[in-house]
Design a binder for this molecule. Structure first.
Ligand SMILES: NC(=O)c1ccc[n+]([C@@H]2O[C@H](COP(=O)([O-])OP(=O)(O)OC[C@H]3O[C@@H](n4cnc5c(N)ncnc54)[C@H](O)[C@@H]3O)[C@@H](O)[C@H]2O)c1
Length: 315
């Protein structure tokens, strides 16, 4: 089997997992890694037996690289992704993809112009339980969809200092809501604030409303001493609950409770395998660049809503 030559830019806490998974997958060959921190770049490259770079421009001269994961600090994601796309390579860029919509739009245009895959690291979509929920909503197994609630709270992550909790954390649930509702919200109302973080918000309560009276509520913060990642979806006939960490799924119906069992799978492995498959088969990925742009638009509207203390209509 021919393998896809891949590289990772930014090998910090998360990017090193991309490197590991690419090394583990049979369909990909990790060719090189790049990190501006030379010591870190060398350590990760040695661990996986590949070449280390501190400049992505130099790394992209390597012709064996066909696709790249961009996992830098959030504020450098767009700049590095643009460089990779201009060098003619497919990209998986971590969320939030860019720090503003103008940057994100430029990435979409460049990928389209160069006929390249551009996908965004919305990892939750690859969890089998979430795909089950999406199917159940689509096939009306829970009756009519009424509302959904997401809770993603934990302690302050010391390493994040360049975006707030909305663009870093709530953005996962903004994408999840778009995925399960299979439509875009029409308004967003949010309250955000900062308890510990000096520059950015560290808590956010976000409400999204949809056509026909449906709604979604997202709670995110970096203030809770324990980590919770939960989703509850309420339909007219049943309720579904997913714990993203254990990947357990519960379905509560009027006469019985069910617990469909899915073997725990590493979401990142599923995501990167899918990325490689889509490139080989020239298929549209589950998460498109347009999904990234839309999630960013909603995140920005949430921040604006909180600043202006009013609901924001989304176009
Ligand atoms: N999808 C997910 O579930 C998920 C989970 C965690 C993190 N992330 C995302 O991954 C990204 C990285 O997060 P992290 O926790 O690993 O951060 P981190 O600070 O631990 O690592 C970032 C690394 O990028 C390097 N870097 C920064 N700019 C660079 C550049 N221009 N070129 C090369 N290297 C550069 C830094 O030296 C650092 O080693 C963030 O965008 C974050 O939002 C996504």
């Amino acid at each position: 089997m021919k393998t896809l030559g891949v590289a990772v830019i930014g090998t910090g806490a998360w990017g090193k997992n991309h490197a590991r998974v690419y090394k583990e997958l049979a369909s990909t060959e990790l060719v090189a890694i790049c990190d501006v921190n030379g010591e870190r770049a060398r350590a990760i490259a040695d661990q996986f037996g590949v070449k280390a770079y501190t400049s992505s421009t130099r790394m992209l001269k390597n012709e064996k690289i066909e696709a790249v994961s961009v996992c830098t600090w959030s504020t450098n994601l767009a700049k590095e992704t643009l460089k990779v796309l201009k060098a003619g390579r497919h990209v998986l860029v971590e969320k939030p993809m860019a720090t503003n919509m103008k940057q994100a739009k430029e990435l979409l245009e460049t990928a389209e112009k160069n006929d390249l895959h551009l996908t965004v690291g919305f990892l939750m979509r690859f969890i089998p339980g979430l795909q089950h929920i999406r199917g159940a909503v689509e096939n009306k197994k829970i009756g009519e969809l009424v509302c959904a609630t997401a809770r993603r709270v934990s302690q302050w992550p010391e390493r994040i200092g360049d975006v707030g909790v909305v663009k870093d954390t709530a953005i996962h649930d903004i994408d999840v809501m778009r995925y399960i509702f299979n439509e875009n919200p029409i308004t967003v109302y949010a309250k955000t604030g900062s308890m510990r973080h000096i520059k950015f918000e560290d808590y956010a309560q976000i409400m999204l409303t949809y056509e026909g009276g449906k709604s979604a509520f997202i709670e995110s913060n970096w203030l809770t001493p324990y980590k919770t990642r939960l989703l509850t979806v309420t339909g007219s006939d049943a309720i579904m609950r997913l714990d993203y960490m254990t990947q357990e799924l519960w379905i509560e119906e009027p006469k019985e409770n069910l617990q469909p069992r899915y073997l725990w799978q590493e979401p990142l492995k599923l995501e990167l395998q899918h990325f490689a498959n889509c490139i080989w088969k020239k298929e549209k990925p589950l998460v498109t660049g347009a999904d990234g742009l839309k999630a960013l638009q909603i995140a920005e509207a949430a921040l604006r809503s909180s600043a202006k203390n009013r609901a924001i209509k989304l176009k």
